[in-house]
Design a protein around this ligand. Structure first.
Ligand code: DOR
Length: 425
């Protein structure tokens, strides 16, 4: 099967491509990129007319909660990957806070097997740092890496014991994979439920100070510096974290960082009315933090935009604010929210796509995120002129928990090609 994506504006930061090109796909691979009209003639089974559209490498989400095994009422590998491809993502990295936790090669193999059978796109498991994510005993990272884990994280929970975190970094370094830190000092967040400040006081909700994140980011970076291990900071939400990461990078520490669309799109104000769909960990912060996150994205302190797609069931989120779980269903709004950064002049389109493709792929050593000949045929075709209203009823994800319902976003995904398979929306 040969498919021609004709005359689209191709942006592929991995090979500094920004212009109108034809892309030829053969089977599951990219055959080549050619100047418009110059693709070799020969048998072509399908032509996708991409005139007036942007053609991007399939997006890579390095922070996704697929919930399977164990929480299939929230999401499954099938529904999560369907949500991904609808949103232009063709690679998702599955966080280990499932039930059982992905803390052994057997679970990793199960996830990969399920993804092979039912997944709509590539799934890369992230293994737990500690057994059961209990923060006491390290997992067998080497065996899990061999089974297919691309990184290790206790996401959802920090590794509280500093010596254990040190050993985890040493171990992950020996395994050649990065550690993804959920940096949070639980004694400072003290069971809080939203950002600490006037609003948390007014609402009578326990607050989580910025410092709960920043002291942990600082510790994790110090340990990365000590061990020389690669550290990736997940879901950065505060001004101070951006500053600490920027300073560490300037010293040459092997640290990278991600933020998520909700941390640069809305503030703690979204929690007003006790809106559990705006309850997320780390919490939504203030305008000042939002500004700093954007600056971090602009100057490179933050390398990646990840979704932290955290689907929860309606019943879970219908609970009172303090009982409802944290998390936002993020895949299906990620690109539209991120494209606002281009309109605002924070990032160029190329820089934005870099943070959603080649940067996460490079951090995790995935052979993804680009359209080089020979690479997997993963691409997203988007219409930047087309706006759409977010509509949870149209979500492929089981998780309808978003504070962005009915937002008007620009940049509709019209076609996703995942492993050579074409999905048109
Ligand atoms: O809000 C969050 N939800 N933050 C996390 O770190 C975990 C995630 C989840 O698994 O629901």
């Amino acid at each position: 099967m040969r498919i021609l994506i004709a005359a689209g504006h191709v942006i592929d930061p991995s090979q500094a491509i920004d212009g109108v090109f034809d892309i030829l796909i053969k089977g599951r691979k990219i055959e080549g990129i050619y100047p418009k009209g110059k693709a070799p003639k020969g048998e072509i089974d399908r032509v996708i007319d991409a005139r007036g559209m942007y053609v991007l490498p399939g997006l890579v989400d390095m922070h996704t909660h697929l919930r399977e095994p164990g929480f299939e009422h929230k999401e499954t590998i099938k529904t999560g990957t369907l949500a991904a491809i609808k949103a232009g993502f063709t690679s998702v990295c599955a966080m280990p806070n499932t039930m059982p936790v992905n803390d052994s090669a057997g679970i990793t193999e199960y996830i990969l097997q399920k993804a092979e059978e039912e997944g709509a796109c590539a799934v890369f498991p992230i293994g737990a740092i500690t057994k059961g994510q209990a923060g006491e005993e390290l997992t067998d990272m080497d065996t899990m890496r061999n089974a297919g884990c691309v990184a290790f994280s206790d996401d959802g929970f920090p590794v509280e014991k500093s010596l254990l975190m040190r050993r985890a970094l040493e171990y992950s370094k020996a395994c050649g994979v990065p550690l993804i830190a959920h940096s949070e000092d639980l004694s400072l967040s003290a069971g809080g439920m939203m950002n600490e400040g006037l609003l948390s006081q007014t609402l009578g909700l326990g607050g989580i100070p910025n410092t709960a994140e920043e002291t942990a980011v600082f510790r994790d970076i110090a340990l990365s510096e000590l061990t020389g291990a690669r550290l990736h900071i997940a879901h950065v939400s505060t001004e101070g974290s951006v500053r600490i990461i920027r300073a560490a990078k300037s010293r040459g520490v092997k640290v990278t960082a991600e933020t998520c669309p909700h941390y640069f799109s809305i503030t703690e104000e979204a929690v007003k009315g006790y809106n559990t769909n705006a309850k997320v960990n780390p919490p939504l912060r203030t305008e000042r933090d939002v500004k700093a996150i954007k600056e971090g994205l602009r100057d490179g302190a933050i390398d990646v935009i990840a979704t932290d797609h955290a689907p929860h069931s309606k019943g879970d989120k219908m609970k009172e604010f303090d009982l409802a779980p944290s998390g936002i269903s993020g895949l299906e709004t990620a690109l539209g929210l991120s494209l606002r950064l281009v309109d605002e002049g924070v990032l160029t389109l190329t820089e934005l796509i870099r943070k959603m493709t080649v940067n996460p792929a490079t951090i995790l050593s995935l052979n993804k995120g680009g359209l080089k000949p020979g690479s997997d045929a993963d691409a997203a075709i988007i219409d930047l002129k087309k706006s759409f209203n977010v509509d949870i009823n149209q979500f492929e994800s089981k998780g309808k928990n978003t504070p962005f319902d009915w937002w008007l976003l620009k940049g509709a995904v019209v076609v996703t090609v995942a492993g050579g398979k074409v999905h048109r929306w």
